[in-house]
Design a protein around this ligand. Structure first.
Ligand code: PMV
Length: 333
């Protein structure tokens, strides 16, 4: 009852922000993302009698009962797995991210996609990829999408029990070979407000949340069309506008949630200036200060050169569309 899996993280082009059901992690809106090759979580899970309690070790640090990571994320997820699989054993989970631990990149997407994939094998559940994405969803919303590679849509679904709230692949990773993402790390500090709390606060208090919901379907349509046609302008413009709309709801939440720092704003302004000057780039930002620049492969060296002038940047990582979650024979314990 032991297995390991690897799952890449994903970056949303049309964001998920807000739940209609907190317990089942059901979103208010559908979302679209691109799975990122090479930035992954490697996770090993083992169920067994020898474990008197669940054990969770992430990047060499053990999280104990009483911590948010253990109680709110791992324990809730494992309890659901036990109830659903009718297996009563406790589990040991060891997980490692290959990206800088404090990079502020959403690690829960890759983490829960890898964990769900490993559990499926360890417990012989024989789940389909759709069912796997539903299982990963119970750990973290964005993990729903990391089961699949390439460009992915998480369809919000309409059913109360969440059985139709799962992800589908729009196109595979190699469909759009010159699509690139430059991840700009503007801070290595851990974010203060986790997305889980942030989105709940936004839904409750932002007067603009309704406007967000009213425009998201149009963004989904445009992003999907842009991806299928490999129309970089349409995808980039839609992603950037969608990101700004999401952040507008965050900023107008009470108390306000402002994830940006000085570096974030400097990268935003740079991208807008470059575009005016003919270098076609767009930005997107999640629940943190890091900026992801969307660009075409032929512009990567120019963008990198220009980024060197931004002194507030800690680091940049070049990425492309990547594979979905998969089993590996390499166990971490
Ligand atoms: O899955 P969570 O709870 O980490 O929320 C993710 C929220 C965003 O990253 C801001 C948007 C998204 O769609 O990934």
């Amino acid at each position: 009852m032991k297995a390991s899996a690897i799952a890449n993280l994903n970056i949303a082009l049309v964001k998920y922000w807000g739940k209609r059901n907190k317990e089942l992690i059901l979103p208010k809106n559908s979302s679209i993302s691109v799975t990122i090759e090479g930035l992954f979580s490697h996770t090993t899970v083992e169920f067994g009698e020898e474990y008197k309690d669940d054990i969770f070790v992430l990047d060499g640090k053990e999280f104990k009962r009483g911590s948010e990571e253990y109680d709110e994320y791992i324990e809730k997820f494992l309890n659901f797995v036990r109830q659903f699989s009718k297996i009563n054993f406790r589990a040991k989970i060891v997980s490692k991210n290959n990206f800088p631990p404090a990079a502020g990149l959403a690690s829960s997407a890759a983490g829960f996609a890898a964990l769900a994939t490993a559990i499926n094998k360890a417990l012989n559940l024989a789940l389909s990829q759709t069912e796997l994405s539903i299982l990963a969803r119970r750990g973290s919303g964005s993990a729903t999408r990391s089961i699949f590679g390439g460009f992915v849509e998480w369809r919000k679904g309409v059913k109360e029990d969440g059985s139709d709230s799962s992800a589908v692949q729009i196109v595979p990773p190699d469909y759009w070979p010159d699509f690139r993402i430059l991840i700009c790390l503007t801070s290595k500090k851990e974010k203060k407000i986790k997305s889980r709390a942030g989105m709940e606060q936004t839904v409750k208090t932002s007067p603009y949340y309704r406007a967000w919901l009213a425009t998201v379907d149009e963004d989904l349509k445009k992003a999907k069309k842009g991806i299928l046609e490999k129309n970089f302008t349409l995808v980039g413009k839609t992603a950037e506008e969608n990101c700004l709309k999401m952040h507008a709801t965050m900023i107008t939440t009470y108390p306000p949630i402002i994830y940006w720092n000085e570096g974030t704003i400097e990268v935003i302004r740079s991208v807008l200036n470059w575009r005016e000057g003919g270098l076609e780039t767009y930005f997107t930002i999640d629940a943190g200060p890091q900026v992801k620049i969307l660009c075409k492969e032929l512009d990567v060296s120019e963008v990198k050169k220009r980024l060197k002038n931004i002194k507030t940047l800690e680091n940049t990582i070049l990425a492309r569309p990547g594979r979905g979650a998969r089993i590996t024979k390499r166990h971490l314990f």
